[in-house]
Design a binder for this molecule. Structure first.
Ligand code: NAD
Length: 257
């Protein structure tokens, strides 16, 4: 592992348009469960219950959705950035970062200090809620207060439409601007670093392949193997927080910062 850490530090020093791609594994060290690990959300809930079509058509599914989503939100509301987020924020300060493409919905990259324009939230954000009919936006905390008072499926004050967190469910259209931007930035990056993603969710998992095809070096930092490991120049399996902190130290040694 030591050699791979040295290699990645050197790649960072030499690169100028780094794209970091994060998944739920980047935030587990902040106390937010991922979906697919043991003890993760899909151990407790069945993903098939959360298709967007079901949310639109069944009150029972909406109730289940809000129950799962409330549980996830409660863990991320007070969460603080961990060394993964801090290392990525540091890359921006050092003017190395083109952008962060994140599948996460927890807002922790911004909380760690990355500027909003550098963070592409491919699967939306859990911090706000919108009406699916009139698109009125609500602060998530206000909606959660209603749920605590017993509203199991909250509705819009303006038009009585369905409220849903601004996250992308299975079967729901990807946000066009973010998807196009992620594709474009992946295509021009010179170093693409995946941190904490199983790379099983499409189309997000296509971004590292796009970057590699377009000439970037590809590095994957993840606890478990991923289906794209064979395309990577460097794979580092381990705890992301420790690895990212060590890489940052090595990199600072090299640039004398
Ligand atoms: P995933 O659950 O499919 O995979 C997470 C990966 O991270 C796993 O391969 C696991 O080995 C790895 N991992 C977990 N903890 C790690 C650690 N400390 N260090 C290194 N690796 C670690 O997650 P995914 O690939 O992001 O895709 C699933 C979906 O989950 C995404 O769409 C995302 O929106 C959603 N999600 C987000 C959050 C969040 O915002 N924090 C939480 C749960 C799920």
């Amino acid at each position: 592992m030591e050699e791979s850490i040295e290699t990645l530090a050197e790649l960072i020093v030499r690169s100028r348009r780094i794209v970091v791609f994060t998944g739920a594994g980047a935030s587990t060290e902040s106390g937010i469960a991922d979906f697919r690990s043991r003890g993760g959300i899909w151990d407790k809930y069945n993903p098939e219950d959360f298709y967007f079509q079901k949310f639109l058509t069944s009150e029972e599914s909406r109730e289940k959705y809000w129950q799962m989503s409330t549980e996830l939100y409660e863990s991320l509301r007070e969460a603080e950035p961990n060394p993964v987020h801090l290392a990525i924020a540091e890359l921006e300060k050092l003017d190395k970062l083109d952008c962060v493409i994140t599948q996460n919905i927890d807002g922790l990259h911004q909380k760690a200090g990355n500027s909003r324009e550098k963070v592409i939230e491919l699967h939306g954000t859990a911090l706000s809620v919108s009406c699916l009919s009139c698109r009125r936006k609500y602060d998530r905390n206000l909606v959660q207060q209603r749920i605590r008072k017993g509203f199991r499926v909250p509705r819009c004050d303006s038009c009585d439409g369905l409220l849903k967190p601004d996250t992308i469910s299975f079967g729901q259209a990807m946000p066009e601007r973010e998807t196009n931007l992620a594709y474009e930035r992946s295509s021009v990056s010179d170093l693409f670093i995946v941190v904490g993603s199983s790379l099983l969710v499409q189309p997000a998992a296509y971004m590292p392949l796009r970057a590699k095809q377009a000439g970037a070096k590809l590095v994957i930092v993840n606890r478990d193997p991923t289906p794209h490991d064979g395309y990577a120049d460097v794979v580092i399996n381990g705890v992301a927080g420790e690895i990212m902190a060590r890489i940052l130290d090595k990199m600072r040694e090299r640039i004398g910062n």
